[in-house]
Design a protein. Sequence first.
Lengths: 178, 122
Amino acid sequence: MATLDGSTIIGESILINGSLNGDEDLTVRGRVEGTLTLTKTLVVEQSGIVKAEVQVRNCVIAGVVVGNVTATESVEITKEGRMVGDIGAPRVIIVDGASFRGRIDMGEVDVGRGERIGRPIARPAPRPALRAPAAAKGGKKEEAKGKAEEKAAPGKPPAPPPAVGMGAVKRKVVVRRK
Amino acid sequence: MAAIEKTSAPRSGANTVIGSSIVIDGEISGDEDLVIQGTVKGKISLKESLYVESSGVIEADIETANVEVSGQVTGNIAATDKVELKTDCKVVGDIRAPRILIADGAMFKGNVDMEVRESKGK
């Protein structure tokens, strides 16, 4: 909670409506609406709500983001994070438990496989969002496949997943290894 | 005296800090203290204190309980409690507050209204 010099914090009760530009890290615990442009890292904490067009270098989402996020380096949605919107960034990290709906563009991919891989990236991303409620009830089947890191948890999801989703999840694994 | 207040130590506990490289164009509202080291244009309405530090530049109308200005403010200030213009601040605009303090060295241009009109509200 300590305030370091040169870092900006938007407190919990604060609402900013408009455009926000800056060259330093920004931590949002309150609300920001409009446009948000930084040359450094945006951290949306759990209490933070951002409804904005976001352009940053890095973005860490533990709160709520509604709007498109463009990052020159990375976007990470933590397990508490919820986001609706499109992501454009060379590195996109969506961890187990995160909620996301939207498209993802990681930019140019290898020409040989790019066309095939470019699309699946956009599809699997919503899976954690859709699976999150199921996961809470014990159905971790999809996430175990999607993440390729949770081999256990053989619960059964309440509803069978759409076939498209299954394919998308499998393809995502290929992407991640690459 | 002003120098003591200028140190950021007593404000390190503040929840909201707008850093020196930040530019906000729009509206800020909230229920907590706000420290501004950067630039804000538009409107600021708070229920607590606003601190405009020496690097802070504000082109906005301000409505708060308390205001302490060490930087630059262009716009009208309405405070329910107190407005304090510190040494080396530059303020252009009208100020309305029951208590207004202007330190030696502060630059100010505008009207001052200390009439207490609390019963009428804002």
